[in-house]
Design a protein around this ligand. Structure first.
Ligand code: ADP
Ligand code: GLC
Length: 481
């Protein structure tokens, strides 16, 4: 099976969120089970810097886009083969989608139109390469036009898979950008790429791809409803027979508390001594009071409304009154960043906030915390709750999407059956969140029961192998279709 995997970010080359983790790990897992997967990626500076064995394949002067080149190389560590689009005018800047101030780049339609166009070209019958993919796997709006290009391109049409990692980002642009992108005028319709008079990259993917997937079974059901569909519920419901929910895995090499290079002390389910040291270390590192007994709540996330950190902010002062400490790593909305910074200033030694993106610190927070907070309003899959389970840090989550599919609530029944792994709130508001965390603290004081909860979480298998096999099945179905 030959697969071209098109994505706008891939760890460890370029990352803003979970899409990068998936694009780094899934192709590697697919290769492990025998598939020939190659990844197509824009040549941002961080990509050009870090790719191994970078070689130029060809240069081309394209209408609209101009001078463009295709390079190849391999992914550091996993050695997954890469194709990289070099276009200094489009990708030669810091910031994948936005400038430093958080404003979307004004030419994103052209930047990701080019990525989509290359994906369709390299996967289609006119590819200039000697790699002839059986399927094209696209991810999120940035590659959403590719299934449309394939649809209107020369036959035979290579089947395409479009994976929704997050419906909240839709790639919507004014109609005049459509005219630049070389799709036939008839595609600008309700049954096509048009969305309320504008061009929607996301809708193009949802409409034209042979098969759709999203990153958890629960999110696959949720997005067919008005509450979670972000305007796309009608189309998703209409295509529900070709929509599959496949839970993400995690990179169990990168996220392994017994071999984690970022930690002061490593540990395992059988010997948790290192975890206690990591807690003291993170308290020291972030200027919290050194206290092994204060329950430490950790949070690592993009600071957006999706992640529910506004609800945590509302709850935080009462949690501190209960004796808790809170550590937050994240960046995003300026208002949320400021709110967190103000809280930290008002509760020195109890709340520590690090605004920014920091790989190592995210590992140390996962390891050093006692509980991990992830009360997202919606969560297609979510990776951090799985990292925290593996790091023996029971997560507190909202009963939605992938969070619902990966965390088992510490009810009395689940605790006595030994299946509980964390805390699940059915309603997301400050009162419910506070009550749930307060009950978690009660359990935290019962060392034996807590250890059982921690160990059950650490024993969960979230490796990619099973999910990779499910993707292979979807590719097969798409080829047959
Ligand atoms: P999303 O993709 O919606 O942001 P996920 O939970 O799927 O959510 O993935 C988020 C990924 O990004 C995780 O690997 C997480 O550790 C990482 N991450 C998010 N914010 C930061 C940050 N400020 N510093 C380091 N890593 C971060
Ligand atoms: C998105 C989602 C997140 C998911 C990630 C990878 O960014 O918000 O829930 O885990 O993509 O699929």
């Amino acid at each position: 099976m030959k697969i071209l995997f098109a994505t706008s970010e891939a760890h460890p080359l370029a990352k803003t969120g979970g899409l990068a983790d998936v694009s780094g790990a899934l192709p590697a897992a697919l290769r492990q089970i025998g598939a020939d997967v190659r990844v197509l990626l824009p040549g941002y500076p961080s990509v050009l810097d870090r790719v191994k064995r970078l070689t130029r394949i060809f240069n081309i002067d394209l209408p609209v886009h101009g001078e463009t080149a295709l390079l190849c190389g391999v992914m550091p560590d996993s050695e997954v083969p890469l194709y990289i689009i070099e276009h200094a005018g489009y990708y030669g800047r810091e910031g994948l989608y936005q400038d430093k101030a958080g404003k979307d780049w004004p030419d994103n339609a052209q930047r990701f139109g080019l990525l989509s166009q290359f994906a369709a070209w390299l996967a289609g019958p006119q590819t200039p390469l000697d790699f002839h993919p059986d399927v094209l796997h696209c991810n999120d709006w940035q590659t959403g036009l590719a299934p449309a290009y394939l649809h209107f391109g020369k036959p035979p049409r290579t089947p395409s898979i479009f994976t929704v990692h997050n419906l909240a980002y839709q790639g919507i642009f004014p109609q005049d950008t459509f005219d630049l992108l070389g799709l036939p005028p008839e595609s600008f319709s309700m049954h096509g790429v048009e969305y309320f008079g504008k061009l929607s990259f996301l809708k193009a993917g949802l409409f034209y791809a042979t098969r759709l997937t999203t990153v958890s079974p629960t999110y696959a059901r949720e997005i067919q409803t008005e509450a979670f569909g972000m305007g796309m519920q009608g189309l998703l419901y209409a295509r529900k027979d070709v929509l599959h929910g496949i839970l993400n895995g995690i990179d169990t090499v990168e996220w392994n508390p017994s071999r984690d290079k970022y930690l002061d002390a490593t540990y395992s389910a059988d010997n948790l001594a290192g975890k206690a040291l990591d807690k003291l270390a993170i308290q020291d590192e972030l200027g919290l009071e050194r206290n092994p007994n204060a329950p430490l709540l950790g949070m690592v996330s993009r600071l957006t409304l999706q992640k529910g950190s506004d609800v945590v902010i509302e709850t935080a002062p009462r949690l501190v009154e209960l004796g808790a400490q809170i550590v937050v790593l994240g960046n995003g909305d300026a208002a949320l960043e400021t709110a967190w910074q103000n809280l930290a200033a008002a509760h020195q030694g109890k709340i520590a906030v690090h605004i920014g993106y920091n790989e190592g610190l995210s590992h140390r927070i996962e390891a050093g915390s006692d509980l991990f907070l992830m009360p997202s309003r919606f969560e297609p899959c979510g990776l951090n709750q799985m990292y925290s389970l593996r790091y023996g840090t029971p997560p507190v989550v909202h009963n939605v999407g992938g969070l619902a599919d990966t965390v088992v609530h510490a009810s009395l029944g689940n605790l006595s059956q030994g299946t509980a792994t964390g805390f699940v709130v059915d309603v997301l508001d400050a009162t419910t969140l506070f009550e749930t965390i307060r009950r978690a603290f009660v359990l935290y004081k019962h060392k034996l029961a807590w250890r059982q909860l921690v160990r059950t979480g650490m024993a969960q298998d979230f490796s990619w192998e099973n999910s990779a096999r499910e993707y292979l099945d979807v590719y097969q179905t798409a080829i047959k279709a």
